[in-house]
Every structure is written in structure tokens, then in C-alpha cells.
Design a protein around this ligand. Structure first.
Ligand code: HEC
Length: 313
């Protein structure tokens, strides 16, 4: 194994590790950011929906209040001229004992006026409408027509985020079901109790909610950006530390391998030397045992002494 290759491989692996962790971290932060943003959007939408429903319910109770009383009498003024569509109702216009002129205001008329006031004050639009309408201003727009048709099929509520005059709105619409009290004025149109008489749509402007959403999304973006940078710094520091440790380890390994190689070289050299020495030992003429013969025949003192001592006296 080549130690230089090992170091290069280590550097590549470290780079892959760094990018892997960075990409994972980015995906986690981006995922959390997206979930957060969707949550903010959802909350803002829920707030708009709640505002629309609250308005609708308030209008509904006002309308019922008026319908239960068969409409209400109000002083005739430029704001409340007698309703021409009520001319068939006896006593549409009456006078107080002091001579003040009063006219009957039907629920739709009253509601239209309160809704107009409310829109001027708070921007929330209300519209009372029907597929069969008396006044041109009561005519349904396209969205309301399709909602009214769905009510005829039994649907209880239709809502949508859409635009009116190019501006974003949340629109919710519910049917107005004919009740007994309604027949006083609508009976002659052929309606029966339980029929869909029309509907009320409430449109809440989304601009303040969208502004809120944008503000929160920016704050979210900044905090998540900071979190990502913090993570990046941590990953860089961690990888730097790891790189240092790997480099130290690789250096140690390199030194060890070098020492090992040197040792092996030395062992090889020694082995060769030893082999040489050994073969020299075999072929050294001075140590050759074949030459032992040249000492044969020389009387040996030790042998003679032994013979003497063994001799029986
Ligand atoms: C005092 C009479 C009166 C009563 C009671 C009354 N209405 Fe009306 N309503 C009218 C008149 C008149 C109009 C049309 C002119 C207008 O919009 O003022 C109208 C308009 C409407 C409209 C608008 C569409 C259209 O036809 O022009 C709807 C929807 C409606 N009424 C539903 C009801 C329902 C539902 C009730 C009972 C809960 C009811 N009204 C009770 C007199 C009445």
C-alpha cells in the first residue's frame, strides 16, 4: 500500500464527508424552513377564514333579527329612501303621530347598507345575492353564480382564495334558505320554506394577511439563514479538526510504514550478509573438515595416556 495514495484518498473522503454533511444540513434547514413557511401561510389563511366566517355569522344574525320582525321601520332620508321593490307591501310607508315619515326596510336592504358601511370602515366586502334578483347591484358575479348553483345541489358552503378587481381576497359564501318569515315578501315569487333563496358572500381582503405572512417569512428566513450559517461554521470547524487528526494519523502511519520498510530492508540486508557469511563458512579452506586428514597419523598424547590408565597392572 502506498502511504501517499492513502493520504490522497483520505483527503477525497474528507471532502465527500464535508459536502455530504453540508448537503444534509442544507436539506434539513431548507425542509424546516419550508414546513415553517407553509405553517405561517396556513395560520394566516386560517385567520382570514375565521374573519370571513365571523363576519358572515354576524351578518346572518342581523338578517335573521330583521326577518323575524318582518323588516324594520326607519325614518325616510337620503340614506333610506322607500324601497320600490316593497311597493306591494301594505303600510310600506307610515307616519308617526307627529308626522315623521317612516319606511319599511327589508332584511336584504338593511344588510346591504350595513355591509357597505362595514366595507368602507374595515375593507371586508359582503354581498347578498341570488340567481333571481331584483336590483342590479345584487347580481351575482361568476364565482357567486357557480356557488349558488352548488347550493342548489345541497352544498352548505363554498370558499376560495381568489381575486376581486385584481386584489387578493378570501371568499366564503353560504346559502340563504327560505324560512317562514321570508314568505311575507318572497312568497309571491314562488319560493317555499326550505328553498335556496340566495346566498351571502363575504370577501376578506388578504393584503394585511399577506403582509403579515411576508414579514414573518422574512423573519423566518433570517433566523433559518443564521442557523444554516452556524451549522456551516460547525461543519467547517469539525471537518478542519478531523482533517488535522487524519493528517496526524496519516503522518504517523507514514512514519510507521517507513520505519517498517527500513527495518525490512535492514533484515533483508542482514539476511543476505548472513547467507554470505554462512556460505563463506562452508567454503573457507581453513575450516574445511576434509583437510582434517592431514592431521591423521600424528600421535595423540591423550590417546596414549588413556591406554596407559586402562592397562591392567
Ligand atoms: C320585508 C320584506 C322581506 C322579508 C321579510 C324578506 N325579504 Fe328578502 N328581499 C326583499 C326585497 C324587497 C328584496 C329585493 C330588493 C332589495 O334587495 O332590497 C329582497 C332581496 C332578497 C335577496 C337578494 C336577492 C334578490 O332577490 O334581489 C335575498 C337573497 C333575500 N331577499 C332573501 C331573503 C330571505 C332568505 C328572507 C328570510 C330569512 C328574506 N329575504 C326576508 C324583501 C324581504
Amino acid at each position: 500500500m502506498n502511504p501517499t495514495n492513502n493520504i490522497v484518498n483520505g483527503a477525497i473522503r474528507l471532502r465527500i464527508y464535508f459536502w455530504g454533511v453540508l448537503v444534509t444540513w442544507t436539506i434539513i434547514v431548507a425542509g424546516l424552513f419550508v414546513v415553517g413557511i407553509l405553517q405561517i401561510r396556513h395560520v394566516q389563511q386560517e385567520l382570514a377564514i375565521n374573519e370571513a366566517r365571523a363576519n358572515f355569522n354576524k351578518d346572518q344574525s342581523l338578517r335573521f333579527w330583521s326577518a323575524k320582525r318582518g323588516g324594520v321601520y326607519v325614518p325616510v332620508s337620503e340614506h333610506a329612501p322607500p324601497n320600490p321593490y316593497l311597493s306591494h307591501i301594505p303600510e310600506r310607508d307610515i307616519k308617526t303621530p307627529s308626522g315623521k315619515a317612516l319606511t319599511l326596510m327589508n332584511p336584504a336592504y338593511m344588510l346591504r347598507q350595513t355591509m357597505t358601511e362595514y366595507e368602507k370602515l374595515y375593507g371586508v366586502r359582503g354581498h347578498i345575492t341570488s340567481l333571481q334578483h331584483f336590483r342590479p347591484e345584487t347580481a351575482p358575479d361568476e364565482w357567486e353564480i357557480s356557488a349558488l348553483m352548488e347550493f342548489e345541489q345541497g352544498r352548505q358552503e363554498v370558499s376560495e382564495f381568489s381575486t376581486i378587481d385584481g386584489k387578493p381576497y378570501f371568499r366564503v359564501m353560504s346559502p340563504m334558505i327560505t324560512k317562514k318569515g321570508c314568505l311575507k315578501c318572497h312568497g309571491h315569487q314562488g319560493y317555499k320554506v326550505g328553498d335556496v333563496r340566495g346566498g351571502v358572500s363575504v370577501s376578506v381582503p388578504m393584503a394585511p394577511y399577506l403582509a403579515n405572512y411576508r414579514k414573518q417569512a422574512i423573519a423566518y428566513g433570517i433566523s433559518f439563514g443564521a442557523l444554516w450559517i452556524l451549522g456551516l461554521a460547525g461543519i467547517s470547524l469539525g471537518t478542519g479538526g478531523l482533517r488535522r487528526r487524519i493528517r496526524e494519523r496519516d503522518m504517523a502511519e507514514f512514519q510507521l510504514l517507513k520505519a517498517h520498510d527500513e527495518l525490512e530492508m535492514r533484515v533483508k540486508e542482514r539476511t543476505v550478509e548472513l547467507a554470505e557469511a554462512n556460505s563463506n563458512l562452508h567454503f573457507d579452506p581453513d575450516n574445511d573438515f576434509s583437510l582434517l586428514g592431514k592431521f591423521e597419523g600424528i600421535p595423540c598424547q591423550i590417546d596414549d595416556d588413556l591406554a596407559k590408565s586402562a592397562r591392567v597392572p
